[in-house]
Each structure stands twice: as C-alpha cells, then as structure tokens.
Design a protein around this ligand. Sequence first.
Ligand code: 5AD
Ligand code: SF4
Length: 459
Amino acid sequence: MRAHLITYGCQMNEYDSHLVQSQLVSLGADMVSSIDEADFVLLNTCAVRGKPVDKVRSVLGQLRKIKAQRPLVVGVMGCLAQLEEGQQMARKFEVDVLLGPGSLLDIGAALESNQKFWGLQFKDELHQHIPPAPSGKLQAHLTIMRGCDHHCTYCIVPTTRGPQVSRDPDQIMRELDTLLAAGIQEVTLLGQNVNAYGFDAGAKRAGYPSFAELLRMVGSSGIQRVKFTTSHPMNFTEDVAAAIGETPAICEFVHLPVQSGSNRVLRRMAREYTREHYLAHISNIRKHIQNVVLATDIIVGFPGETEEDFQETLSLYDEVGYDSAYMFIYSPRPGTPSYTHFADLPRELKTERLGRLIAKQKEWSAKQNARWQGSIQQVLLRGDAYSEGFLEGHTRGNHPIVVPRAVGADGPGVYQARVTATTPHMLYGELVGADGQALPVMASQQPEDAALISPLLML
Ligand code: 5AD
Ligand code: SF4
C-alpha cells in the first residue's frame, strides 16, 4: 500500500498524524508525498473554524473525481470526522474510512475490513500507546492529555475531542525516554488544556502529579528544552509559573489565550474569568519568569461584540504588550452554543476589526522583538533556511530565527546565537562560541552575502 497523509489544524493533529503514520508503516505501507502516487489518501482534519472545513470539502471533491478513474481508498480522521458535519461529507464524497480522534488505533482494522469503516469511539488504548520517536529530528510533541472539560460557547473541541482524559504519568515519562534516546532536544507537551492535567472532570486523579509537578519531572529528565500548549487561564495557577521560572529546561515562553479583553464578551464566551483575573495571571507569570515571551489567541467579532468591547481588547493588548498573537475572525460552528443562540456579525465589520488588531499586533511584535537586539539566545536549528547558506530554527522564546551556517555549526543542533536584526515576525543572528565571539561563517558563505541577504529577507 502507498499511503499519503495530509494534516490540517493544530499540533495535536501533527502528533496524531505521526502516530497514525507509524501504524501505517508498521502495517507495511510506504508513505508517499503526493496524491498521484498514493492508493490510500488520509486527511487529518480540523473543525475549529469554517475555513479548514471548507478546505477538506474541496480536497474530498478532488479525491472523488480521482476515485472515479482509478482504485483509491479515501480516509478522513481527526476532529471533523467526529461531527455530523464531517459524517455527511463522508457520505457525500464516498469516503471509505472515518476515524474520530479517539479511534486512531483502529486504522489497521479499518484497512483490513475491505468495506466502509467508521470508528467514532473514544478508546482508552490510545492513552497507553507510545508512538516511536520521530526520526532525524530534534523536536517532538508529547501528548499529556486529550479532550476538554471547559465549555467555551464558540468552541467545537469539547464535542470533537470529548471530555478531558489525562495520560498516566508513567506512560508520559516512558514516551519521553524514547524521545531522549532518539536524540530529541526539545519536547512540546500537548493537550487542549495542559494546565488542568491530573484534574479530569474537575477531580484530582489519585497518583497523578499536577501540571506544575509534571513540568518539573519532565524538566529534570535531561531534555534540553520543554515547551507546552495550550493553556486555559482558569487553570494557570501560580505554581505553574513558579515551576517554569525555577526549572532551567522549561522555556520562558507562555501562550495564554485571552480571546477578548471585554468582560461582557468573556461572559458570553463562558470563559470563566474576567479581564482583571487574566491580568493578575500575567503579573504572576512576569513575577516568576524573567524575560518571559507572551503569546495569546484572540477572537474578533464574537456575536454581540460592540466597538466598545473591541476597544477593550485593543487596550488589553496594550496593557500586556504581547510578543505575538494568533488572531481569528469568529467563525460560527454548528453544534456550539454560540452558533445556536447568537447571531453572527457582518463579515465586513469582523474583517475591519481584525485589520486593526493585526496592526496593533505588528506594532507590539516589532517593539518586543527589538528588545532581543544584540542579546545571545539559545537556538534550536532545524535545518536549511529558504536562502542558501542559512539555517533556520527557534529561540527558547519561540521566535523564528535565521543564521548563516558557521564553522562547527553547519547543520541541525542546539547552539548559541547573537541577534543582529529583528522584524515583527523574525529574528536574524550570527552563531557564537562559548566566549560570545562570532563563529566564522562557512567558506562558501561570504559575510558580504550575509549582509546583503539579511535585509532582503526582512522584506
Ligand atoms: N471561531 C474563531 N476562532 C475560534 N477558535 C476556537 N473556536 C473558534 C471559532 N468558533 C480559536 C480560539 C482558540 C484557537 C485554537 O482557535 O482562539 O484559542
Ligand atoms: Fe482543530 Fe481544535 Fe481539533 Fe486541533 S483540537 S484539530 S485545533 S478542532
């Protein structure tokens, strides 16, 4: 079998794709890189907004046409598969295999069944399963919990991924061991709400550490860098901030989605906190974590959002001064309370507000990134950058960074770099030795080129 896997959505979908891909390979599949070469095409889908759903619909339309011409098995997995919306689509486009986020390990049974196979249960075995470490990489994801017990009115995820289930800490540490043995240098702990780890359905699970304790355990395992996502402010307790501040391996990067700066909107979103609570979390984070880099998620144009509410979001942005933000236009999702009960705002109004928010974000990102100018950062370089002779990667604060290859640092690895230029979305730097002196750039890479290329890249 020649299988092609296409992934949409979040980092957990990337983790799940890796998990399913390793299952496929163990079943004897060859992974191929295009639909044309494949006799099995599997889409790992996202349902959080309308756009990724539209994308899947259009790819399924293409696949149905191909199916009319040659034998092809089509599969849909992930969040959309769990919804009535996805199941209707699967019927319409003659999808053969449908696997919800809790049934991924049914992939083998699905392919053996030789008929249409739908797996929609949330199976416990998934939490026990340890996928092999990704090969030839320095970064990996590690799922520590799945599902969500919050009920934000705009969000489809509690429906698609079910209630929260934390993974057994022994399984997490075993998976971490396999990653360490494979040479992974940076691990990102994943969950829809990692801060609530160990408290499923609001109750502490006997024998499970809290998230803060888990962070300390992972941080002392010998791994160089630890990141995590996603956090809900309600569960971001001060001990988590303290664990980050006190554990050297845990990166000084916090992604804390706020969604809106208006208490009225936050209440209608059922976010369970106020602007004031959120800001108190931010000051705790700043108190415990020196030089912390802060990111957030914001939804603009939630139903009923007035210009005044939106101004509150802008002023919150100024008050926090985020380093970066993911900004979304509200997208009504069938099956969510806000879809059922509230009227969507006009598209133009939402777009116009998004434009103003993006301008604010750019201003702040430019200002915040400039504070790293001249500093020395630990960088994890993944490999070649777009421009020849350059490597790209990330800092501990999650900034993308590009540096020229240097003698002794000409491939993937964890190095030190001095930041030599900054833009709102990117840092540029030079690799340095332990003494802080710049390492000589590779012979094929003249420094004049670097000087020329950097400003070009900034455009
Ligand atoms: N519309 C727009 N954005 C949404 N998000 C979640 N649901 C919706 C929706 N219905 C955003 C939130 C969340 C991120 C993953 O996606 O900001 O934090
Ligand atoms: Fe998309 Fe959310 Fe599902 Fe991730 S968990 S794939 S973001 S709907």
